[in-house]
Design a protein around this ligand. Sequence first.
Ligand code: PHE
Length: 342
Amino acid sequence: MIERMQQLLGELEEFSATTPEVLEAYRNKMLSKKGVIAELFNEFKSVDPALRRETGKMLNELKEKAIAKIAHAKDLLDQALEAQKGSDVPDLSMPADFAPLGARHPISIVRNRINGIFEKIGFVISDGPEMEDDWHNFSALNFPLEHPARDMQDTFFIGKNPDLALRTHTSSVQVRVMESQKPPIRTISPGRVFRNEAISARAHCIFHQVEGLYIDKGVSFADMRQTLLYFAREMFGENTEIRLRPSFFPFTEPSAEMDVSCSICGGKGCNLCKYTGWIEIMGCGMVDPSVLENCGIDSKIYSGFAFGMGIERITMLTYQIKDLRMFFENDLRFLQQFRAAT
Ligand code: PHE
């Protein structure tokens, strides 16, 4: 028994608790009702009377030491836990968590590029409402009352109000600019537009435009051509050529469609340009004098040109995207491919 107690005393010296669980297990082993010390007290009953004194003394010592040691170990453990809590303060020298970068939407990438190209030559960006009245979307722009673009099939009207619709082009913003500013005016209006079209790979009821307007004294068709040539070369490369074909818009006279030489085949003919060497990218023309007058600008003093392009179309050409619907589906597999672009 003495030997056993000596061994336990040695153990007691060595003991230290790293967790509350270890401490509790040790306390149980030593001091509980069925613990080793209780057991020793039981054994003590049958100790030889000659050894009783010595053994009893040692047993009491062991018990007191065990109580003191376990209490001390508990104090140390509590202190350590408390100190650990304090160290929850973040370590500012740690490398930061990796924050995955998002990707800009391809429409935003191309819109920003178009804006940047025109801003370099003094165009400023104008914004306007997506919900428009008949005057700004149609009437001021010379759309006759019976023009098919006003028809329910093309325009989303708001409720039953025939005077309120989602804008079908951002030319409406240009009307607002002409009404509120004096020439010289050099502005572009990027934005979302709405047309009541069936959704397919080549058409959508929502898309984006950048339209431009330049009004000053003596602005000519040649100025327009040169501005648009500059744009085409900045956008599609310095060897790009442009071609203007006669066309019609109610608000411009003369009007034209602009083609750029195919950037894939350089004009030789390929799948993308359908073997014509040319790709149509925008409408343009000299602002009709009656539109200037509608907006309070004297058409005898001022002239100007306007142009408008669909951002989706230019994005499809730039990135060779075949289906317009991809722009609106928010499929991450599609969007993540534009991570590296800005
Ligand atoms: N507003 C026309 C459209 O949406 C584009 C355009 C703008 C054409 C300016 C000529 C001049 O189709």
